[in-house]
Design a protein around this ligand. Sequence first.
Ligand code: PLP
Ligand code: COI
Length: 355
Amino acid sequence: MKGLIIEKAKTLKEKPDMTKLGFGKYFTDHMFIMDYNANEGWHNKRIVPFGPITIHPASTVLHYGAEIFEGMKAYKTNDGYSLFRPYENAKRFNNSAERMCLPQVDEELFVEAVKELINVDYSWIPTSVGSSLYIRPFMFGNDETLGVHSVKNSTFIIILSPVGSYYAEGLNPVKIIIENTDVRAVRGGTGYAKCGGNYAASMRAGERAEKKGFTQVLWLDGVERKYIEEVGAMNVMFLIGDEVVTPSLTGSVLPGITRKSCLELLKDKGYKVSERLLSVDELIDAVESGKLLEAWGTGTAAVVSPIGQLTYKDKDHIVSNNKIGSLTQELYDELTGIQWGTREDKYNWCVKVKV
Ligand code: PLP
Ligand code: COI
C-alpha cells in the first residue's frame, strides 16, 4: 500500500490457548490506523503495535456516537488465508458511513488495509476446529468540538481477534425470548447501518433476556411491534412448511452477508425462499400448528445458530425438538465448508491470499 508505515511491536504477546478462544477476548500484536480530513482525504496510513489510542474529550464519537464498524473473518489455508466476501463488507461499510455522514473508504483500500494487517499478524490465525481470525474495521467521527454537525475529521482502525465460538452454546440450539417492549431500530433510523448506537440500544433487552435464562431476544419492528426483524445481532430465518422465510430488508434490518449467502445457497438448492414481512402471530401460529420446522440465526460470528425455543408472552414454544434441524445443519456445513476450503467455492466468495 502506497505510503503505509509499519512500526512493529518490540515485544510480541504470548498467544492464548487457541482451543479456548471464545469471542473477541484476545487481540493480535498490531492494528491498522489512518486519519481523514477533507483537505488530505485518508492519510497517515500506519500499522502500529496494538494498544490504547488517545482521543480528545470533545471528540464527536464520545458525545454523538458517530461510529460504524464491520465484522468479517479470515480462515487459514495451506499457503496463506482466505477472506469471505470482503468486498461485501467494504460496500456495507460505505453504506453505513453514508448514513452517519462519515467519509467513504475506497473498497480496494478497505480490503488492502485488512490484508496488510493480516500479513503482519498472520501467525495469529487459529487453526483449531471452528476457529478463525475475526476482523473488526471501524471508523469514528473525531472532530474536537461539541457542535452537532457532520464531521470533518475521522479515524479508521482495524483490529484483529482470534475467535472460536460466538455463543457459549456453540452449535447447540439457543433459547430466544420475543421482545415486545424495546426495539432495536426503526425504519428511517439506522437499523440498516452497522453503527455502534444500534448495539447500545439493544443491550438492555439483551441483558433482561439473559437474566431470565435466554441467550438473546427476537426483535419486533419499531412501528407496530408486529413483524419479526432480527435475532440478537443476527438475521433470522424460518423453515415454515416448505418455505424458508426471512424478514425483508425494510430499512431497520441489517443486510447480513451471511443472510445473503444463505439465500443464494437455498435458492440454488431449490428451496422456496421468501423475503417478506412475517408477523409474530403468523410465527406463533406456525409453531403451534407444527408448520414451523426449523428456525436459525445467521451472522459472521456464529455463521448459523439454531433456535431451540421461542418464548412469547410467557409461553414457551419448542422448535425442532430443541435440536439442530437438518436444513440448519446443511447450511452451516455448506457455508463453513466453503469458508474453510473443504467444499467447492463455486460462487467465488473466498478471496485467497498467499503469505
Ligand atoms: N444483524 C446484525 C444486527 C448484526 O450485527 C449482524 C452482524 O454483523 C448481522 C445481522 C449479520 O450480518 P453478517 O452476516 O454480515 O455478519
Ligand atoms: C455477527 O457477526 O453476527 C455479529 O453480530 C457480531 C457482533 C459481535 C456485532
